[in-house]
Design a protein around this ligand. Sequence first.
Ligand SMILES: [Zn+2]
Ligand SMILES: [Zn+2]
Length: 309
Amino acid sequence: MSAVFENATLASSLAHSGSYLTTLHNVQSSQPELGLIAQVWASWYVYMNNDILATGLMFFVLHEFMYFFRCLPWAIIDQIPFFRRYKIQPTKIPSAKEQWHCLKSVLLSHFLVEAIPIWTFHPMCQKLGISVSVPFPSLKTMAFQIGLFFILEDTWHYWAHRLFHYGVFYKYIHKQHHRYAAPFGLTAEYAHPVETLSLGFGTVGMPILYVMYTGNLHLFTLCVWITLRLFQAVDSHSGYDFPWSLNKFLPLWAGAAHHDLHHHYFIGNYASSFTWWDFSLDTEAGPEAKAEREERMKKRAELRAKKAA
Ligand SMILES: [Zn+2]
Ligand SMILES: [Zn+2]
């Protein structure tokens, strides 16, 4: 019996309604006060009548669909010369062969590496107390939690990614992700399985720590968070910086301009979503940041020499 309705009698009376659409119709007539997305969600759990399968399938499909759905516009834009003016490294348009290689590798890694945690997700949610039931939490709660996850993930990403640029970690793990000096959308998840798991901890592990501490998290919030984080990862690898890109409106948002420089110069700009870690720890990438850093070091040395004299 699905746990989507806290009222078990309601869940059992709606189960075995027949097709998914009939289930949805029945849920809508018995629960008109729920929003449409909550009705679609509840009907899915009632229709599946197996929460492990319902959560596992939903997560896997959500990830695949959102990832490729968000990559597709970038692959199309790469074929349209008009958009070259917004490309950060305009001479480096990914070839069909490069894109095909990347697509095959990403698909293989999704099915081999990510399918396993996805299938064990529901039992883990139950253990941790992540709710699947309707109604959904308020918009305010969701916005607060997702905002916090963005900050926590960015912090984890900054330090783990910085570590991946050291000697053996780079050579045996992170080098794969740096195959493309000019990234494109699909390269967001083109990485060694160890990297996928360890950087992925920022996306999945942070909400887990949060729910362990607070006991308050809904699976729907997690789905929205993962979707937004996927969009952020794909967009930051897109290779395009538009006048209407988010970083033009949100000053601390990293965007593609930030991460493209990381792929171009290999050093600096280690954070994922925001610019504050690289700014405050002086690890910004690119020739301008390097010149500024050297200028600062020169001034400091001069000051020290003056004091010593
Ligand atoms: Zn890197
Ligand atoms: Zn990257």
